[in-house]
Ligand binder design. Structure first.
Ligand code: PLP
Length: 391
């Protein structure tokens, strides 16, 4: 029998992909499936981005680029960062990677080892915990609570820091809850982190543009006092509907930049060149498609929240960011994962059980409203029929 190292037995999953596979298999058998499971915009990448990548291919950009990414792409990220946060970063701190996930991987393997503790949001993006366990470090969940609007609490984060804490992972706007942490809470957290200068911070800001109701995203980049230990994760996947392009960026402090560059050299060499030209067009080109997408998400958010709150035993707070709703289903009499499975099998509604995002996800479902208004309404009707029949 082949002997693989035990770290691989500790790698977890992102169940959204398994649900997508099951939903696709059911649809292939003829079932009418509505997919509210996967976290990707249901929009096409805007045409001018596609054209820029095609032009790059035609112009002969077929070779390797620098491992850190093309300078022109990094400079575009500098412009985008300045526009979004008011902070001017150097292209020498910007890394272009194949998606958002490689930053997560890089940061976690840089700080994770047996004996180290890494704090991560629970419920939160499942890959954080999976990668922490892969390194042998101890995952320490930071509770993300409904009564707190699914924002993180500075006091709770700070109380969990010990002398063994190496890395703190933050995510706002958040997957799976749609929670946005207010600036005052981030101010408080950063002030408290002054007492813990050895703790690095990974701030996952991939949904930065996706806020509603006048809420604004507060980037951790705005705090110069933590810049020497801050990694900011971002990317093209969600904002420009480019999940399949595999394009992400991150901003690294001087002391860590060469380490992530070397990881790139060892693992993926560089991001594919035409996609990087598409990435420049995404940042510098017209943003009207992004604005259109955000208006659509906002309308759907209203529909999904109203619909969910009309279901027996279900309550849902109005998410302030991203494109997810995280309804509380604890009063339905169902365990969340069983309910998610039954809704897919019986009603063809694909969504994700809260426990796939952490221990505190029990009692919740995650619905991605990256689907048409019509499909969202049909899904709510089916959920209503299911809960009434089985309740
Ligand atoms: N971070 C969060 C919070 C996400 O929800 C996702 C994708 O779902 C990612 C990172 C990964 O993005 P990418 O597809 O660019 O790797």
């Amino acid at each position: 029998m082949l002997h693989t190292v035990s770290a691989f037995d500790r790698i977890g999953e992102e169940n959204a992909f398994a649900v997508l596979a099951r939903a696709t298999a059911l649809a292939a058998k003829g079932k009418d499936v509505i997919n509210l499971g996967i976290g990707q915009p249901d929009f096409r990448t805007p045409d001018h981005i596609v054209e820029a990548a095609i032009k790059a291919l035609r112009d002969g950009h077929h070779g390797y680029t620098p491992a850190t990414g093309l300078l022109a792409t990094r400079e575009a990220v500098v412009r985008r960062t300045l526009a979004m946060t008011g902070v001017e970063v150097s292209p020498e701190n910007v890394m272009i990677l194949p998606g958002g996930k490689p930053t997560m991987y890089g940061a976690i393997v840089m700080f994770g080892e047996p004996g180290a503790e890494i704090l991560y949001p629970d419920p939160g993006f499942p890959i954080y915990r999976s990668m922490i366990e892969f390194t042998g470090a101890t995952p320490v969940p930071v509770p993300i609570r409904e009564e707190n609007g699914f924002a993180f609490s500075a006091d709770e984060v700070l109380a969990l820091i010990t002398p063994r804490t190496r890395l703190l992972i933050l995510n706002s706007p958040a997957n799976p809850t749609g929670g946005v942490t207010p600036k005052a809470e981030i101010d408080k957290l950063v002030a408290g982190l002054a007492a813990h200068p050895d703790v690095a911070i990974l701030s996952d800001e991939i949904y930065d543009v996706m806020t509603y109701d006048g809420e604004t995203h507060q980037s951790l980049l705005a705090y110069p006092e933590i810049r020497d230990r801050l990694i900011v994760l971002n990317g093209w996947s969600k904002t420009w509907a480019m999940t399949g392009w595999r394009m992400g960026w991150s901003i690294w402090p001087d002391g860590l930049y060469d380490k992530i560059r070397k990881l790139a050299v060892n693992c993926w060499s560089c991001v594919n060149a035409p996609a990087q030209y598409g990435g420049i067009a995404a940042i510098d080109g017209p943003q009207d498609e992004v604005e259109k997408m955000m208006r659509a998400f906002d309308r759907r958010r209203g529909i999904v929240v109203e619909g969910l709150n009309s279901l027996p035993g279900v309550s849902c707070i109005r998410p302030k960011g991203a494109f997810y709703a995280f309804p509380n289903v604890s009063q339905t009499g169902w365990k969340a994962k069983k309910l998610a499975n039954a809704l897919l099998d019986d009603k063809g509604v694909a969504l994700i059980g809260g426990p796939d995002f952490g221990i505190l996800g029990e009692g919740y479902l995650r619905l991605s409203y990256a689907n048409s208004e019509e499909n969202i309404l049909r899904a709510i009707e089916r959920m209503d029929a299911f809960l009434r029949d089985t309740g």
